[in-house]
Design a binder for this molecule. Structure first.
Ligand code: B12
Ligand code: SF4
Length: 475
């Protein structure tokens, strides 16, 4: 029996329906599904995708699903995707009563009991799916359906699995009007299109209370990194296939493995790569390894995502971040020294956080003066120690899965004054006059440098040739 599988990406909690191309939330692929697709296709299975972000609503989803008529539907879900994922499964069963439904992803792994309550789900895969999902398809194809609903995914050797199937998303998006010449939507001016995201490893060795241990259930406590050879081979492939011009490492903290980064950057430079890239790091690492920062910049690093989180040392300790405010400020200074853009992640409204501590964050952000602000209201995510703390102390104000977004939109916990937090959030992004002026002057300078005599003449409505003719005529 040849099986046809349709993956469903339910990520409409952020930008909603019809949102393709709207920033990273609606313009980046799910590496989970793209990797599963590559693994299943490598074993001969037929895979396609329905991305809810491309559609107009549930009616259209019904129509498209009926047209595709898959034998198996595979849905990925973070906690925030729970409602659309549940709805997608229900509709799949209604439209195609015999379809086999499978769910996986962070929420299924971290909150299995909760996921087991979703009706119409035949199989739940926890952990990583590249080995287990194709095995499940094979069993279904041979008519030996596993008796147990919950399957524990076997972690794959990351060098042995095929590269993410980016065409799964790109080909589907194009059907719905995606017209960018880029496999994913670029998000900062430092990274020109064609742009893509890439993952060099899975897991994180740190232990922040707002994040862990959930991810350990997914990827294990140790970090598994791909070989430098394997990552460079993927970059080479992306350049050939999509004319890649820039990229972003999705790894939770690429720089925690200094040896890997040093080897990667050395080979990247030696092999003639010069694509600009961003990655995620931590303030303490930037401070401790300035030589590594310098090397990364030489290779093409243009920006760091840094979780500064708070301007209070007490709060940083409470969330087990393992960094200090002094390190945050020093890391920002080092980034500026090397001309690295700073994408600043930080939070407000943590349990036990006082207004004075929030103001310390406001003051810290004014000192850091990042290029990109990424503020969040603390949100208790299932599977984290801070979620347990919030439940134990009866602090949660989250009444629906849609609220598992960190973005500062609505109240998340009791004991915080969200009107004040909204003000503080806005104030944290108001630059000091001198910083604002410096940035304005730098922008103008960049603009002036881009102006060539030909561009000025064109603006004046004089073509270069006619301008030359005028000049020559004047001689
Ligand atoms: C890149 C990233 C993003 C990107 C892109 C997300 C995307 N399109 O996938 C952006 C920036 C947009 C993003 C946004 C958010 N993210 Co995010 N993100 C990540 C990050 C860093 C990497 C994701 C990734 O590619 N992982 C690698 C792939 C291979 O792993 P995977 O997706 O889990 O897939 C594997 C398994 O889960 C399983 N699997 C997955 N799906 C399926 C389906 C089936 C059928 C099967 C069988 C198996 C299976 O097999 C896959 C292969 O092994 C992770 C942390 C991490 N390291 O994973 C956080 C993470 C997934 N994000 C998280 C969160 C909270 C968010 C936001 C809610 C944050 C916010 N802004 O409020 C939003 C929500 C976006 C939305 N849906 O609206 C949390 C999720 C926690 C949870 N309990 O759900 C994570 C785990 C980070 C964390 N520790 O807090 N995110
Ligand atoms: S917040 Fe970042 S550094 Fe901390 S455990 Fe999570 S991924 Fe690791």
């Amino acid at each position: 029996m040849s099986l046809k599988t349709t993956f469903i990406y339910p990520g409409i909690a952020g930008r909603g329906w019809n949102s393709l191309k709207q920033g990273m939330d609606a313009g980046w692929i799910s590496h989970g599904l793209a990797s599963l697709s590559a693994a299943a296709k490598a074993q001969g299975f037929e895979i396609d995708l329905i991305d809810l972000r491309a559609l107009s609503g549930w009616d259209q989803f019904r129509e498209v699903l009926a047209e595709r008529a898959p034998d198996v539907v595979g849905v990925t879900m973070m906690s925030v995707d729970y409602n659309p994922a549940r709805q997608a499964v229900a509709i799949a069963r209604e439209v195609l009563p015999d379809v086999i439904t499978v769910i996986g992803g962070p929420h299924v792994t971290i909150a299995l009991q909760d996921s087991l309550r979703i009706p119409h789900v035949d199989y739940l895969v926890t952990g990583e799916g590249e080995i287990t999902f194709p095995q499940l398809l094979q069993a279904i194809a041979e008519g030996r359906r596993p008796p147990h609903r919950v399957l524990r995914g076997e972690p794959p050797d990351l060098d042995a699995i095929p590269f993410s199937d980016r065409d799964l998303f790109l080909e589907e998006w194009k059907k719905w009007g995606y017209d960018l010449d880029s496999p994913e939507v670029p998000f900062v001016e430092e990274l020109p299109p064609p742009f893509a995201t890439i993952i060099a490893g899975r897991g994180c060795i740190y232990n922040c209370t707002f994040c862990k241990p959930g991810e350990d259930y997914l990827f294990g406590k140790r970090v598994r990194r791909r070989s430098v050879d394997n990552v460079l081979a993927e970059l080479r492939y992306l350049v050939d296939r999509y004319h890649l011009a820039s990229f972003m490492f999705h790894d939770d903290c690429l720089t925690e493995d200094r040896e890997w980064v040093m080897e990667f950057t050395e080979r990247y430079i030696a092999e003639g790569f010069n694509l600009p890239f961003f990655c995620q790091t931590r303030a303490d690492i930037v401070v401790k390894h300035e030589d590594m920062v310098e090397r990364m910049v030489r290779a093409g690093l243009r920006g760091y995502f840094i979780g500064f989180e708070s301007g209070s040392d007490r709060v940083l300790k409470f969330i087990r971040k393992g960094t200090t405010v002094a390190q945050n400020l020093e890391a920002a200074r080092i980034c500026k020294k090397y001309g690295i853009a700073i994408w600043a992640n930080y939070m407000m409204g943590l349990p036990t956080e006082t207004k004075e501590e929030v103001m310390e964050t406001v003051r810290m952000m004014k000192e850091i003066d990042p290029d990109y602000y990424s503020p969040a209201f603390f949100t208790p995510h299932p599977g984290t120690d801070l979620y347990d703390f919030v439940v134990e102390h009866d602090l949660s104000r989250i009444t629906d899965y849609d609220s598992y977004r960190r973005n500062p939109t609505e109240p998340k916990i009791r004991g915080q004054d969200y009107e004040f937090l909204r003000w503080a959030m806005a104030e944290s992004q108001r630059r000091k006059p001198w910083n604002a002026f410096r940035r304005w002057a730098r922008r103008q300078w960049r603009r002036i440098r881009r102006v060539t005599p030909a561009k000025v003449l064109r603006r004046l409505g004089i073509g270069v040739r006619s301008a030359l003719a005028v000049r020559c005529g004047g001689l």
